[in-house]
Ligand binder design. Structure first.
Ligand code: NAP
Ligand code: MG
Length: 400
């Protein structure tokens, strides 16, 4: 059999624990037998991040800037316990945070819908993709506890030295809390741009929601920037693609999302996206069936699974116990990245392979062969639970 060839390399970022084992298995069983894989490999596994003082993460992000498309395995974000477990030089930052800061992107999370796993919301027929603004708001806030008797103000010192203040609250009888947060026009605009472009690339409607009726300056700024950019640059393309841009209040959006049948992109402010993406993922069935892609305003793409390194399963594996870890989101990270690479390089064979890989994966589950997490959820009568690598073997035999 002739292997499919590639032109430009894909930026490959290896990771940690159970997902590192999935990574190896996917490459060996599902990719290398069919593709003459051209990857530039970066080992973002925690030991190598520590060895390189985390430079490898920055180098990987720069490689995505160079080549345009990357695929990433889940990685450990160290905490105090991990510093001890791995004997780290320091508590390195989240690789995803580092990469996001360099590429300045928006994260789109989409569930993989499969027969036999029914969403908790019975009207949902098609996936709902959440686009989360990944900059600012409460994630970059300054907050204080304020004692009784104190007065809190917002103060802005302008470039000319003049100061504008606004009263937050006078804490007359007891203490309380205050918080200052920000966003920038540039970041909001690049978020909006990423959402419009992504909607056009997948030909789905785009919804956007904030609380602009209450937050008449802060949230209203988001609403205005989206509306202006849409009119100025995207309305014509949306009309031509037969898709719509729809703005509504966050509470109205929540109600409409629940009543909808899915099949659209929901753009959310940072906090809304954090919360809503977990809710949507859970309601669609399993975090293990959620893909994630970071899209930068200048058209760079980084694909990954939304879940973490599945530590609990890894420790079982280290103990010699059998595991049944779901590899679907990681397989779809690869197929998504290969498809994007194929589209950018005009490689129809590679694009067709990405489609076949996804179909073989879904067909395997729909034929009743699945990992333990899905086995618990599936209503297929003939379902059968298989091991981590057993699932990959079943997909591989369908592919071949
Ligand atoms: P997790 O790895 O997502 O796993 C949490 C639980 O969800 C698992 O114990 C398992 O439940 C279930 N699960 C998740 N993915 C699964 C899969 N593919 N197949 C089957 N079950 C799956 O989250 P975590 O345990 O909180 O975090 C572990 C490590 O991952 C942490 O070090 C964290 O820093 C890192 N992390 C990385 C990323 C990333 O790189 N993007 C994202 C999140 C977390 P059961 O145990 O009940 O089977
Ligand atoms: Mg969250």
């Amino acid at each position: 059999m002739q292997k499919i060839t590639m032109k430009t390399p894909l930026v490959e970022m290896d990771g940690d624990e159970m997902t590192r084992i999935l990574w190896q298995g996917i490459k060996e069983k599902l990719l290398l037998p069919f593709i003459d894989l051209r990857c530039e490999y970066y080992d973002l596994g925690l030991p190598h991040r520590d060895e390189t003082d985390d430079r490898v993460t920055v180098e990987a992000a720069n490689a995505i800037k160079k080549y345009g498309v990357g695929v990433k395995c889940a990685t450990i974000t160290p905490n105090a316990q991990r510093v001890e477990e791995y004997g780290l030089k320091q508590m390195w930052k989240s690789p995803n945070g580092t990469i996001r800061a360099i590429l300045d992107g928006t994260v789109f999370r989409a569930p993989i819908v499969v027969k036999g796993i029914r969403p908790s919301v019975s009207t949902w027929k098609k996936p709902i993709t959440i686009a989360r603004h990944a900059y600012g708001d409460i994630y970059k806030n300054s907050e204080l506890y304020v004692p009784a008797g104190a007065t809190a103000d917002l103060a802005v010192t302008r470039a000319d030295g003049s100061v504008e203040t606004k009263r937050i609250h006078t804490f007359e009888t007891g203490g309380g809390v205050i918080m200052g947060m920000h966003n920038t026009d540039a970041s909001i605009e690049s978020f909006a741009r990423a959402c419009f472009q992504y909607a056009l690339s997948v030909k789905q409607d785009l919804w956007f929601s904030t609380k602009d009726t209450i937050s008449k300056i802060y949230d209203h700024r988001f609403k205005d920037i989206f509306a202006e950019l849409y009119e100025r640059e995207y309305r014509a393309a949306f009309e031509q693609a037969g898709i719509t841009f729809f703005y509504t209040l966050i509470d109205d959006a929540v109600a409409r999302v629940i009543r909808s049948e899915g099949g659209f992109i929901w753009a959310c402010k940072n906090y809304d996206g954090d919360v809503m993406s977990d809710m949507v993922a859970t309601a669609f069935g399993s975090l293990a069936m959620m893909t994630s892609v970071l899209v930068s305003p200048d058209g760079l793409y980084e694909y990954e699974a939304a879940h973490g390194t599945v530590t609990r399963h890894y420790y079982k594996h280290l103990n010699g116990e059998p595991t049944s870890t779901n590899s679907v989101a990681t397989i779809f990270a690869w197929s998504g990245a290969l498809r994007k690479r194929a589209q950018l390089d005009a490689l129809p064979d590679l694009e067709a392979f990405a489609d076949r890989l996804e179909k073989a994966t879904l067909d395997t589950i729909e034929a009743g062969v699945m990992t333990g997490d899905l086995y618990l959820l599936s209503d297929l009568p003939n379902k059968q639970k298989v091991s981590t690598l057993g699932f990959l073997d079943a997909v591989a035999s369908r592919l071949a």
